[in-house]
Ligand binder design. Structure first.
Ligand SMILES: C[S@@+](CC[C@H](N)C(=O)[O-])C[C@H]1O[C@@H](n2cnc3c(N)ncnc32)[C@H](O)[C@@H]1O
Length: 292
């Protein structure tokens, strides 16, 4: 088993990421999906969005995903994907966009406003790094008498960027979610401060990750090799303290273990034995905060 830095690991794992049976993701979806669907009241910002899993789960929401790994982002739409490099507030570290993923030329913003409804939040589209000419690729549907987009499949709604310096204006998001990312960031406080900045007053920040006491390694297979991903182990208490220091109000904390519901996913991974071993131990940690 080789150890890989997270940036390199996700570049390698990206082509297989969505096809890898992952009980932790299944557990998180079971616990959070319905609640998040009910909670969404505006733009959802997915920090470290990977292939846009939460965009698919929150179908119908206005969704914007940021990730530093171009290979993971490319997984969200397959062929024809184009990516706008965000310039605002982006450190650039770890963001490598293959040269064939070139931004299209800028056009008027009217398409974006008409299509994605972002005109309602004046300037959000540009501040987020959305590209008006790409917004037309969004799927238009009629809801409650007016047209809306299902933006999660639109290339313009994904952008390369660093979770610690998001290409997003202050207060843009109604819900900021970061799922299985915090362990790749060394300072939870810096991350939560940045996620608070981009979340509007009264908006929600939801963070989930493998429980720090789960005792599982973070591994994936690429070809014949198994790789372990380097990460930080942040105690839940330390994350909660960091959130309090940046002024977030804790709504709810979740510690959960696997159940029978995840058995098919363990089976698909060929590791049903692990379900038995994991019983009674925490597997997932999540917290919901309000930005006052
Ligand atoms: C386990 S994947 C989770 C992807 C997605 N959130 C999900 O739950 O399916 C972790 C993701 O975090 C991204 N990531 C890690 N550190 C990051 C950072 N500092 N800025 C942006 N993305 C980051 C990785 O590139 C990877 O796509």
């Amino acid at each position: 088993m080789t150890q890989l830095a997270a940036a390199e690991a996700y570049r390698l794992w990206a082509p297989e990421y969505d096809a890898t049976p992952n009980p932790l993701l299944a557990l998180e979806e079971r616990l959070l999906r319905d609640e998040l669907r009910r909670a969404v009241r505006g733009l959802v910002l997915d920090v470290g969005c990977g292939t846009g899993r939460w965009g698919r789960l929150l179908e119908g929401c206005r969704y914007f995903g940021v990730d530093r790994c171009a290979e993971m982002l490319r997984g969200n739409s397959g062929a024809g994907f184009s990516l706008r490099r965000a310039s605002a507030r982006q450190s650039g570290s770890g963001t490598e966009i293959p040269s064939r993923l070139k931004p299209a030329p800028l056009e008027s913003s009217s398409d974006l406003e008409a299509c994605s409804g972002m005109g309602q939040d004046a300037g959000v589209g540009h501040a987020l790094g959305c590209h008006p000419s790409e917004a037309r690729t969004s799927r238009r549907v009629k809801r409650g008498g007016r047209h809306e987009c299902l933006p999660h499949f639109a290339p313009s709604h994904f952008v390369a960027g660093n979770a610690l310096a998001l290409p997003v204006r202050d207060g843009a998001a109604a819900l900021t979610i970061s799922s299985f990312v915090l362990a790749y960031i060394d300072s939870p406080e810096a991350a939560l401060a940045e996620w608070a900045r981009v979340t509007r007053r009264g908006g929600m920040i939801v963070v989930s990750d493998m429980h720090p006491d789960a005792g599982w390694s973070r591994t994936f297979r690429s070809g014949d090799e198994v790789h372990e991903i380097e990460h930080h182990r942040h105690a839940a208490g330390a994350v909660l303290e960091a959130a309090a220091r940046v002024g977030l109000r804790l709504e709810r904390e979740i510690t959960a273990g696997f159940g029978e519901e995840e058995r098919p996913v363990f089976r698909a991974a060929g590791r049903e034995d692990l379900l038995e071993r994991a019983r009674g131990t925490p597997a997932l940690w999540a917290a919901f905060w309000i930005r006052p």
